[in-house]
Design a protein around this ligand. Structure first.
Ligand code: FES
Length: 103
């Protein structure tokens, strides 16, 4: 069952600046790319680093610890040393509010 959890107003999320959020016990790194918003689990799959502390470039987030790249839209690994995807959560924007499904 889909349960949408409110993350805040859409204009709270800016391009190039990840935002750390919590929803349903999950730490999330939330990103805006154009009009779309994406949520990844806020932990690098390579080590103990928060993706919300990373740098956004060309649709990827660069991990702050070893500079591996993760695709913001899918959570897929894009460059070494990251080899495993990060979990990506469905996000929607309804009436100017961002909602995530972490089920
Ligand atoms: Fe993220 Fe190593 S902890 S690339």
């Amino acid at each position: 069952m889909t349960t949408w959890i409110d993350l805040g107003a859409a204009d709270e999320f800016c391009e190039d600046t990840p935002v750390a959020k919590q929803a349903g016990g999950q730490p999330l790194a939330v990103f805006r790319l154009g009009d779309d918003v994406y949520a990844l689990r806020d932990k690098c799959s390579h080590g103990n680093a928060r993706l919300s502390d990373g740098y956004v470039e060309d649709g990827c987030v660069e991990c702050p610890l070893h500079q591996g790249l993760i695709d913001i839209r899918s959570g897929a690994a894009r460059s070494a040393p990251i080899t495993t995807a990060v979990r990506s959560f469905p996000v929607r924007v309804v009436a100017g509010r961002v909602e995530v499904d972490v089920a």
